[in-house]
Write a protein that binds this ligand. Structure first.
Ligand code: ATP
Length: 356
């Protein structure tokens, strides 16, 4: 069990803007942190710097307080699982798993013992003599995890390890990895661009944008209190309305509607972006129980299984996405024959965000 500290870590390639721009992060013992952000935001580069495959331009990396910034990969005791699994095709599962220890010239009996132990952790002892081509994608991924775990890493690094699996397997293998990480108390950094995966698995999320940290927090914190419009939009769906603070507990949107909300910390006249999650909009009769009620007309709907996303338009022309349980219309009609409805939302369910 170790701690990891990134201090003002920076990576530049030539004259381009920094790929990783002064990123600082503390990862606690046994913590599972997910680096999340759009393609090109620097996630993999951060992971590779921690592993020692990419040299930082500046900044420091500490494992248990020990500076490893310039240490070669094999002197850091980190282990990485790659998106492609990167198994050796000509080696059996057992040989793949034992590879890291063979490189460290461990005793053959010790390698065998620990290979069996690592394969047992991922429930694959019975496939030890197979070759990677004889395994399913999910099994190959587990072998890659066992191969990383055998060295008993201080820091466990996962680079989109689930992205080659189909949706159902992703979920179950992801949860298995989380259980394993918790039971072994592994300090883990996980890279993904899949928000659902990050929300479900991580203790803490680090949202990255253009090489910089946009926000760090627990999944619930980041989702319900996004620091800015980028985070609100990236993590889940959001209606983002530009406007200004009109007075105490009032926001005036540029589209001309007045919205009651908590304006504490804001001054009258200040510009802001109001963030309203689609699932926080109440539709139908119940909208009378909240504030901010409006008439609206449905423009489109997208069935998503358990929920349906409706795009509704207010008389001012403003369009909002509303997420509602599928089938509400059949049990208790909320839209009339021409798609008219009432919507509303509670002042507490919106959040004001800085414009820049
Ligand atoms: P993805 O989700 O697509 O894998 P990422 O968030 O992991 O993206 P990185 O691979 O870390 O992003 O890349 C960050 C930035 O650094 C990108 O703009 C990328 O083009 C650039 N970059 C990465 N490696 C190099 C390199 N070896 N030479 C030049 N630029 C690089």
């Amino acid at each position: 069990m170790s701690t990891l500290s990134l201090q003002s870590l920076e990576k530049r390639y030539g004259a381009a803007p920094a790929a990783v721009d002064k990123v600082s992060l503390e990862v606690g013992q046994s913590e599972f942190v997910a680096l999340l952000g759009p393609s090109g935001c620097g996630k993999t580069t951060i992971l590779r710097m921690i592993a020692g495959f990419v040299e930082p331009t500046s900044g420091r990396i500490l494992v248990d307080g020990r500076d490893v910034t310039r240490a070669p990969p094999h002197k850091r005791n980190t282990a990485m699982v790659f998106q492609s699994y990167a198994l050796f095709p000509h080696m059996t599962v057992a040989q793949n798993v034992g590879f890291g220890l063979r490189m460290r010239r461990a005793d053959p009996a010790e390698i065998d013992r620990r290979s069996v132990e690592a394969l047992r952790l991922v429930q694959l002892e019975h496939l030890a003599q197979r070759y990677p081509r004889e395994l399913s994608g999910g099994q190959q991924q587990r072998v890659a995890v066992a191969r990383a775990l055998i060295v008993r890493p201080d820091v466990f690094l996962l680079d989109e390890p689930l992205s080659n699996l189909d949706a159902k397997l992703r979920q179950s293998v992801g949860l298995e990895m989380r259980t394993l990480q918790q039971s072994l108390g592994l300090t883990t950094v996980f890279v993904t661009h899949d928000q659902a995966e990050a929300l479900a698995l991580a203790d803490r999320l680090v949202i990255l944008s253009e090489g910089k940290v946009a926000q760090v927090g627990s999944p619930a914190e980041v989702y319900s209190k996004p620091a800015n419009a980028f985070v609100a939009n990236f993590l889940g769906r959001a209606n983002l309305l530009g406007g200004r603070i009109a007075g105490d507990r009032e926001f005036q949107s540029d589209a001309g509607i007045s919205i009651a909300c908590d304006t504490s910390g804001w001054s009258a006249g200040e510009r802001a972006i109001l963030c309203l999650r689609p699932e926080n909009i109440v539709i139908g009769e119940r909208s009378a129980q909240v504030r901010n009620t409006f008439t609206a007309v449905r423009r489109s709907r997208t069935y998503q299984g358990a929920s349906t996303e409706h795009v509704v338009q207010l008389p001012s022309g403003l369009e909002l996405s509303v997420s509602a349980p599928s089938g509400i219309d059949e049990t208790n009609p909320v839209f009339d024959a021409t798609g008219n409805c009432r919507i509303g939302w509670a002042p507490e369910s919106v959040r004001l965000l800085p414009e820049h």
